[in-house]
Design a binder for this molecule. Sequence first.
Ligand SMILES: Cc1cc2nc3c(=O)[nH]c(=O)nc-3n(C[C@H](O)[C@H](O)[C@H](O)COP(=O)(O)OP(=O)(O)OC[C@H]3O[C@@H](n4cnc5c(N)ncnc54)[C@H](O)[C@@H]3O)c2cc1C
Length: 454
Amino acid sequence: MIIGGGPAGYVAAIHAAHLGANVALVEKDRLGGTCLNRGCIPTKALVRSVEVLLEARRASDFGIDIGSIKTNFQKIMARKSNVVSQLVSGVEQLMKANKISVYRGTGRILSPHLVKVDDEEIATRKLIIATGSESALLPVPGLDLPGVLTTDDILELKELPESLVVIGGSHVGVEFASIFNGLGTKVTIVKRRPLLLEPIDEEIGRRFAQTLPKQGIEVKIGAAVKAIRREGSVLKVVWDTPGGEHGVEGQMVLMATGRQPYTEGLGLSELGIRMDGRAIVVNEYLETNISDVYAIGDVLGKTMLAHVASYEGEVAVENALGYPRQADYRAVPSCIFTQPEIAGVGITETQAKDSGIPYKVSKFPFLACGRAVTMDETMGMVKTICDAENGRILGLHIMGPHASDLIAEGVLAIQLGATARDIAHAIHAHPTLPEAVREAAMGQLEGSIHFQRM
Ligand SMILES: Cc1cc2nc3c(=O)[nH]c(=O)nc-3n(C[C@H](O)[C@H](O)[C@H](O)COP(=O)(O)OP(=O)(O)OC[C@H]3O[C@@H](n4cnc5c(N)ncnc54)[C@H](O)[C@@H]3O)c2cc1C
């Protein structure tokens, strides 16, 4: 029995079915969880609309004249909803195809081997909790004002706001800033600390932050927001500075202030599950302190990413079904779908410095990558961080076209313990963007072919 049908729970259910288990999945909302319904997928559908718009705007640079370009926000949002529905129905079909019993309702755990779904009690030998997370809102006055939105709310807007203040500069906040700025909203990001986008390499984060004003996104740093007020037709987000109160105005305000594990109504304290605040504590096999009860995904309150949630789903299922496997987090990629994209895996340069490992950095700019030039997307670079003694890839960080796809090579390299020479000796197709990864790896050795530092 799995409680929660997000990317942790539904993937666990399918994997358990593949391994021959009799599987039940409980979901109180739509299958697919945050990721499909209110997270990864709808945001990336919107990102795609922005990409198409930006390409259309510069079509004449490529010799294509397409006349005047107009955006239709309602159509953009309708397309986003269709993409979500298509993928949710795909998950529903996978449940049927894998003969998974889906219980629609709220699951409450009565004992490690008994779960109540609304009025029905269902016995299980193993139990996996995958109830995910919810928005963590900044507890400031004005939170309830109309126009102050959570990330769930903003995905349901009917009209494009003229201006938007994004509180918080997390991956999610920056992605929304990029989307709405791309569509024509005046966007200001308000953040307490400098925008570094951890766990992305600091240099890449800094370089990306420098592109924001050029894109028209204003960033206010050092802003510990104390209130949101309505002033006439706008909302004002305010904070104190040594020189007095400061504020920025916007038609709407997005609270992108992070997420917290969600376990409401599960009955965890009666069960005696060990918690760390709101998060469920598990061991390296993803088992809780109660035997036969596992927990996966955002509810662990650690790396709140869909691919980590799904990975944990597979690991927990194998452990529950008697195939012991420890969770291994050496190579967790992190991607931000902005303009340009950013992605990273492994350690950052600061972490390398702090750890005292002898390390070497090499970088390759997209400006020197033939494919990037043909695409006219030359902003950014690939940066590798290697162990200076054995050449092992410790970190790969990318800002530039298709960074989120290119990072897969770094994931595999770190997972397999590959060296820069392994990457350099692998033939990469030409002309492609992955050649930039290979060239950056060559920079760790005798030198990149197509880039020479003067
Ligand atoms: C705006 C936004 C953008 C994001 N973009 C990305 C991205 O690009 N890439 C990425 O990797 N991650 C992204 N994320 C994070 C990603 O969505 C989460 O990490 C992921 O959804 C976690 O999966 P999960 O299965 O653990 O939890 P969830 O997806 O939250 O699913 C939990 C499910 O459990 C159900 N549930 C809860 N309690 C009960 C109960 N008692 N009974 C029955 N059902 C219950 C809920 O209804 C929900 O469907 C984004 C998140 C947001 C908010």
